[in-house]
Design a protein around this ligand. Structure first.
Ligand code: IVH
Length: 692
């Protein structure tokens, strides 16, 4: 029997090898050399053929198959991995004088030795280490805290510039470290899409890259178009035959160069510098040129090039003495303030926005920037006709940091703040102690109504994803929906034929039968959303996801929350007095109570389904402090687990703490305090034992 199946599999094996080789080559040419050897259609056809064969003969599917580039696996958790060698950080400075000192110190320490420096970009992304054994990628781990990181191998395999198999000659077992960056153009397209989908955009490419590597769905990570920029080669046998005086691995630049032959995309901006003047030149050049790069850089890194000298220079507590980072200052420009617009948010909050004379800053044209609130304008003393100083650091969003006093006109008057809502004309209110104004007409002010609907359907709330902003706006304009509860009375007839303009303002689309059915199905499904998310979806001011969860757990149902006094509300962890008062006032408004009655009639979850989160009450009455790094859980997971079993988690050790759950790398201070107060210190295994 075995004999037959082996014979059967041989032609398949051959074809799998053939397809793998072809697809690897096409990928390589496409991503490394910008060369397309086949049409997309042909490529997809071959990839599908390979995927089909792998499904049919799972024993032929290799972990580094080109099919892994498109993802498809699900990361359930990210295993924590201890780095074979710690991932050090670098000493860094904004001061060129300190670079001069670094250079002089290094030269002094090395005496007569002839050596050079390499200068390269400091990529602004997420540091990862890639382990290759026998030329195969076997593991990708984030830097984490330098000692322990997350295993993100499956997601790393989807990054086209990370070779899955190496070419040419390579060390047998080694690590390539580098930064995963999100190129600006891809990042901006991705953020635009997020906004169109009603998701919060990422603040900068670094956060987006980091979020992408932690995605559970590898196929989603594959869509993100991340890039890997190698900056370091870590050879485990530093004293073995690989480290020779003249060999290619004896210098940092040689090592990076050798990566090119292995199939890595190495950024071409490195320069070997012989003295401080050349280093200065490199810094000055990139301080100006950095905005023309396709990805973000926040400084430059200077390293001693000769690997043999690294041991001689040694390490300080956290960073090597043979390297240093120079960080660029945020870029600043001055540009005239043309006018101020006022936006109305879903809770009625007014945000003033500066309309600026367009100016080129940090790789994009800046036309608008937030002025936050009336206090901000007052504090900055912004006047009519002023020019504003606008800054952009690692963030994509420009910030107003002051007034350019050199351009202030004589007799310039403070800018007038509006007194009435720009959308509905209501007189604005500014509560005592509040920095911002708001429009109190919550039920009659269009952006507030639509904003509330948008929040209600958003992914983290009721997740009715087939209703985007445009459709909601149309439903509101047609008079079909103005209160969140109206969504549950929508009919198929009302939806079919409804027209909406696309997010880009170009196309007019109308809802067809299938679209209407999808919307109604999503609305129906939202009735299963658990109580804490329904509470969050109501959009009570300052009640975020976490606050809603805590309230739901504390009170168990909406009626108990409605009946709670401000003091009772404020006794819930994470709910401050101000928020408690907002919650209390919210439920004193008859219209809100009517809405809640209608939501109840529609069948939404207005009480906690204990079984959905409570697994046991074994830890009832016990308070834990969690600290350090764990091997089976992330810190958040272990905290959630404690709560699921009835325990409480607190941020700091006090007389009320029962257990300090200690992971790896817990700070000595915590241990000392626990010992002093007689708090039991338990390990992850002890904890799991308690649950048995
Ligand atoms: S070298 C021992 N080179 O900056 C040398 N680091 O604080 C290790 N980084 O965590 C780092 N670009 O994530 C090096 N060209 C570059 C870099 C770079 C970005 C990051 C890296 C590290 C941090 C250093």
């Amino acid at each position: 029997m075995d004999l037959f199946s082996n014979i059967d599999i041989e032609p398949a094996r051959q074809r799998v090898n053939e397809l793998t080789e072809l697809l690897d080559r096409y990928n390589y040419e496409y991503y490394m050399n910008d060369r397309s050897l086949v049409s997309d259609y042909e490529f997809d056809k071959l990839l599908r053929e390979l995927a089909d064969l792998e499904r049919q003969y799972p024993e032929l599917a290799s972990p580094n198959s080109p099919t892994k580039r498109v993802g498809g696996e699900v990361n359930k958790t990210f295993r924590q991995v201890t780095h074979r060698f710690p991932m050090l950080s670098l000493g860094n400075t904004y001061s060129i004088d300190e670079i001069v000192d670094f250079e002089a110190r290094t030269r002094k320490l090395l005496g007569d030795t002839v050596f050079s420096y390499t200068c390269e970009l400091k990529y602004d992304g997420v540091a990862i280490g890639l382990t290759y054994k026998h030329g195969q990628l076997v593991q990708a781990v984030t830097r984490g805290n330098g000692s322990v990181g997350d295993d993100i191998t499956a997601n790393a395999r989807t990054i086209p510039t990370i070779p899955l198999k190496l070419r040419g000659s390579y060390p047998d077992d080694f690590e390539v470290r580098g930064e995963v960056v999100y190129p600006f153009s891809e990042f901006e397209a991705f953020n635009r899409q997020r906004e169109a989908d009603g998701d919060e955009p990422f603040a900068n490419p670094r956060n987006a890259a980091s979020g992408s590597l932690k995605l559970q769905d590898t196929a989603e990570c594959a869509k993100r178009k991340l890039q890997f920029c190698p900056y370091f080669v870590m050879l485990p046998q530093e004293n073995g035959e690989l480290r020779t005086e003249n060999g290619e691995y004896s210098t940092h630049s040689g090592r990076l160069q050798s990566l090119v032959q292995m199939g890595f995309k190495v950024q071409p901006y490195m320069k070997e510098c012989l003295n401080i003047n050349e280093i200065r030149e490199y810094i000055d050049y990139w301080d100006n040129e950095r905005w023309n790069l396709p990805f973000g850089t926040d400084g430059i890194v200077i390293k001693v090039n000769q690997v043999a000298l690294w041991d001689r220079l040694g390490l300080t507590a956290k960073s090597p003495r043979w390297a240093i980072a120079f960080k660029f200052k945020a870029q600043q420009v001055s540009t005239p303030l043309e006018s101020i617009s006022f936006q109305v948010g879903r809770t009625g909050i007014i945000t003033p926005v500066a309309n600026l004379t367009p100016v080129w800053l940090g790789g994009t044209t800046v036309k608008r920037a937030t002025l936050v609130n009336a206090d901000f304008i007052e504090k900055m003393d912004i006047r009519e006709g002023d020019s504003l100083l606008v800054e952009k650091g690692g963030e994509i969003i420009p910030k107003v940091v002051g007034v350019d006093m050199s351009k202030r006109k004589a007799g310039a008057q403070p800018v007038a703040y509006i007194t009435n809502c720009p959308e509905c004309g209501s007189r604005l209110v500014r509560a005592d102690g509040e920095a911002g104004h708001y429009c109190p007409n919550s039920d009659g002010c269009p952006p507030q109504i639509v904003g509330r609907l948008e929040h209600f359907v958003s992914r983290k709330a009721m997740n009715i994803d087939s209703l985007g902003s445009e459709r909601l706006e149309m439903l509101y304009k047609k008079g079909l929906v103005s209160d969140i509860a109206d969504l549950y009375t929508l009919t198929r007839q009302q939806l079919i034929g409804l027209e909406a303009i696309d997010a880009d303002g170009q196309r007019r689309t109308s809802i067809q039968e299938k679209g209407a059915d999808n919307i109604l199905a999503a609305i129906e499904k939202s009735k299963e959303v658990p109580f804490d998310r329904v509470l969050f979806a109501l959009g009570i001011r300052y009640v975020g996801e976490v606050g809603a969860k805590k309230l739901a757990r504390h009170f168990s149902n909406i009626d108990a929350i409605i009946g709670a006094s401000p003091e009772e509300l404020a006794s819930v962890e994470d709910i401050g007095e101000k928020t408690a008062q907002f919650i209390y006032d919210y439920f004193r408004d008859l219209r809100h109570l009517q809405t809640i009655q209608r939501l109840r009639d529609a069948g939404l979850n207005l009480r906690l389904d204990k079984s959905s989160f409570q697994q046991s009450d074994i830890l009832q009455g016990k308070t834990f402090v969690v600290s350090g790094v764990f091997s089976r859980f992330s810190r958040d997971e272990i905290k959630a687990d404690i709560e699921k079993n009835g325990g409480k988690v607190s941020g700091s050790i006090s007389g009320k703490t029962d257990y300090l759950l200690a992971g790896d790398k817990m700070g000595p201070e915590k241990r000392k305090k626990a010992e002093k107060l007689g708090v039991a210190i338990i390990s992850e295994d002890d904890y799991l034992g308690m649950l048995k």
